[in-house]
Design a protein around this ligand. Sequence first.
Ligand code: NAP
Ligand code: F7E
Length: 339
Amino acid sequence: MKRALITGITGQDGSYLAELLLAKGYEVHGLIRRASTFNTHRIDHLYQDPHESAARLFLHHGDLTDGSAIMSLVARLQPDEIYHLAAQSHVRVSFDQPEYTGDVTGVGTTRLLEAIRSTGVSTRFYQASSSEMFGASPPPQSEETPFYPRSPYGAAKLYAYWMARNYREAYGMFAVNGILFNHESPRRGETFVTRKITRAVARIKLGLESSLYLGNLDAVRDWGYAPEYVDAMWRMLQADSARDYVVATGTRFSVRDFVSAAFACVELDWEQYIRYDARYERPTEVDELIGDASLARKELGWEAQVHAPELVRIMVEADVRRLSEELDGSAARRTRYDP
Ligand code: NAP
Ligand code: F7E
């Protein structure tokens, strides 16, 4: 049985990846942060799953800033595969916390790579790289596009990208960078723009709110569906050799397009509800990200199935359903991971 370690298992991607690996028969270990409130809601259904797969899921407290704990965890578990997804992942927040973002999102990767190198554990390593590293470079962006990050987050991810490449070249480590473009789902964090929009659409439709404040509507993104993107991560670690891949849909959609499509799902006119708030602007913006994932299609057999308009519907329907259940008081009670 293969053993995997996932950092960031409580996040959007970590939860879908844990599902995927458990379904494939892996023993799955997740690194989680101790928080003063419960932070395992995205994986509680896996932890309590009555099927035998729950017995193959293990959670370990730790933090990316705590190198010695990471080193002893890697030495103890000896995982076959490490999916390094944990990060301070919010671009706007990274302008307020540049040093912390550098520590967690950048140096956190080095701590894991060093843990692997110094313990000598034989493992395959996935680094969650980001299209934010392309920043100001015009689209379409591929593996050959020059990097030009426009935020402390993008700069931290670029440092981590080069560290993964350096450990591959210097020590022969199987370390890959998945350069993933934006990917979303009903589990997306509530302060990223897509989920902020679909949640607000549900609240407006059900009469709980009357407006939604947003920043720049002109930004263009390439939005894919997170469950498909974790499959691309897994494929990268099964390849014969380690190399870096762009993962994207290739579909161009602006924030305005997303807003308009989301309100249309519930038959409302978006222009009646959207208000502008300058606080959501960034000191430097990334105007346009559209990925070219030809290499992933050719070498990994991976191709996006869900594109932006369908993704919007999936997310709006999920938020309307979730909120309706909450209002009915019929949301299933869940026991949480309780160490
Ligand atoms: P997410 O939902 O924000 O999840 C981030 C995860 O990192 C959470 O589990 C969080 O734990 C954990 N974490 C944060 N700081 C930590 C620390 N100091 N120590 C240990 N764990 C820590 O992110 P995501 O959307 O799933 O993205 C996964 C990865 O892919 C991230 O590295 C992100 O930067 C990168 N990425 C995302 C996208 C995208 O569009 N989603 C695109 C490209 C790259 P808590 O639950 O306790 O907060
Ligand atoms: O912003 C604009 C904002 O925060 C998208 C992360 O997963 O993807 C994500 O980073 C766009 C930006 O995602 C609001 O200015 C307008 O142009 O949803 P976002 P992001 O910055 O693209 C990359 C690939 C990652 O790697 C990151 O981890 O939407 N926007 N109004 C807004 N954005 C937010 N959050 N909130 C607004 O009110």
